[in-house]
Design a protein. Structure first.
Length: 452
């Protein structure tokens, strides 16, 4: 890690060129090229040359240095938006209602600003038909259940799952299932069902004990943590085909990430991940720049523990770093932050299609319905408008193809308050990838890391 006298992580990660980024940490020098998401070990002399080129008033010196070392190459990513993308994943808002009263909920208590409602079995099965109609044999697809709280509509979840599994088998489509739940309504029979169908189960937990209870109380104000831990115990005990993850929404009130991570790892979660609260309907609990700086330091603390444990052969399922290492290893370069509005859509209880589960009831993300299918004209416009090459200041940032421009819902509602945080985290992850690769760690996710 850099010493305390060096510039802050956010400052070291600041964009100075859209074409290169230097990662100089712990005496090691790496060069990251957004074109191809390529990462190289370089010597100090070449790092100094790039440092000088980056200090020049225009990009000519950087371009010349890339050409001199044959690192320019053809452009590997097309900045034109894709066309006619088929549906490959759907999230069904089977219950637009919830039994918790989270103050920051983007779904406004699960009801998305309208009356509480539940999806009928017929609408759920029609959603499955849409998904599988556009998926060919051998192509992977995913069916997700969200809300509100989806287990309020447990019968719909089960009927849709059984129907989808049977139809997918007939068509030769590898279909996976996922559900996001607050955990308060889980029953032992749910654990059996999720295990039978190999669900990826995400439980929303925002800290340990009182930290969680302040943020995610029941509608009447009572704490929910103890009940959730008791209810999800059968899920954690049965994990074979099923995988159970914890997702923590980070607010200014629950920034002790290491304590939370260790507690949930000890409980037996398959993975634990953190996401900053950047946009809520009433602006409550939103992270500000100072909060994000604290969160970045806490994330790095968790990452350092991941590196330490990985080096001695211990599993430490810190999802944010695991996912970043995989993406860096694959050379991922994506012009969008996710598949929203491309291959992934949310389905409201009424059968309306939106860009994702967060845009249910939001006209800005409306993209059709189950009767007429995806509105291709709106989809094309969405993919064009939301492409990272058309976002400011994304198109001048070195991290654009790792970040994808940030969550569409959050940026449309609040802009991009977290750029320093995201770049700082990615800078750390690039350095961590290099450290693990140089140590020749052969454990967990790093077992097949490409040489740099």
């Amino acid at each position: 890690m850099a010493d305390a006298s060096s510039p802050s992580l956010a400052a070291r990660a600041a964009p100075r060129s859209r074409d290169v980024h230097l990662v100089v940490e712990d005496g090691a020098c790496q060069l990251f090229l957004p074109n191809g998401s390529r990462l190289f070990d370089i010597d100090a002399e070449l790092a100094d040359a790039f440092e000088q080129a980056l200090a020049s008033p225009d990009g000519a010196a950087v371009s010349a240095l890339l050409a001199e070392h044959r690192l320019d190459g053809p452009v590997e990513i097309d900045d034109a938006p894709p066309e006619d993308m088929a549906v490959r994943a759907l999230s069904l808002a089977v219950a637009q209602k919830c039994n918790l009263g989270c103050g920051y909920c983007y779904a406004q208590g699960g009801e998305f600003g309208g009356p509480a409602k539940s999806m009928t079995v017929e609408t759920a099965l029609a959603s499955v038909d849409l998904l599988l109609k556009e998926t060919l044999a051998g192509e992977r697809a995913n069916l997700a259940f969200l809300g509100g709280e989806p287990l309020i509509a447990r019968d719909v979840v089960r009927a849709a799952t059984r129907y989808a599994a049977a139809r997918a088998a007939e068509r030769g489509v590898p279909l996976t299932f996922s559900v996001t739940t607050n955990g308060t309504l889980v029953m032992e029979e749910d654990a059996d069902f999720f295990e039978e169908y190999g669900f990826a189960v995400t439980v929303s937990l925002d800290g340990v004990g009182p930290d969680h209870d302040r943020l995610r109380p029941f509608g009447g104000g009572q704490g929910s943590f103890d009940r959730i831990v008791a209810r999800i115990a059968p899920l954690l005990a049965r994990q074979r085909r099923m995988q159970v993850s914890a997702r923590i929404t980070v607010t200014p009130g629950n920034l002790d990430l290491r304590k939370t991570l260790d507690a949930f790892v000890d409980l037996g979660f398959h993975s634990v991940g953190f996401s900053p609260m950047l946009s809520s309907p009433n602006a409550r609990h939103e992270m500000q720049s100072d909060d994000l700086a604290v969160m970045l330091a806490a994330m790095v603390e968790c990452g350092a523990e991941f590196e330490r444990r990985t080096a001695i052969g211990e599993r430490y399922p810190f999802a944010n770093l695991l996912n970043a290492l995989r993406e860096i290893h694959r050379g991922t370069q994506r012009p969008y932050p996710c598949g929203a509005g491309g291959g992934y859509f949310g389905v409201s209880a009424d059968g309306e299609l939106s860009a994702c589960h967060r845009f249910v009831g939001d006209e800005r993300g409306a993209l059709g319905d189950l009767v007429d299918g995806v509105d291709r004209a709106k989809q094309t416009q969405w993919l064009n408008d939301r492409h990272v090459a058309r976002q400011e200041p994304c198109n001048s940032c070195w991290a654009r193809y790792l970040c994808g421009g940030g969550c569409h819902h959050e940026t449309l509602h609040r802009g991009r308050p977290a750029c320093d945080f995201i770049r700082g985290w990615l800078h750390y992850c690039l350095a961590a990838y290099g450290r693990l690769a140089r140590r020749k760690v052969q454990k967990s996710v790093t077992a097949d890391m490409r040489p740099i």
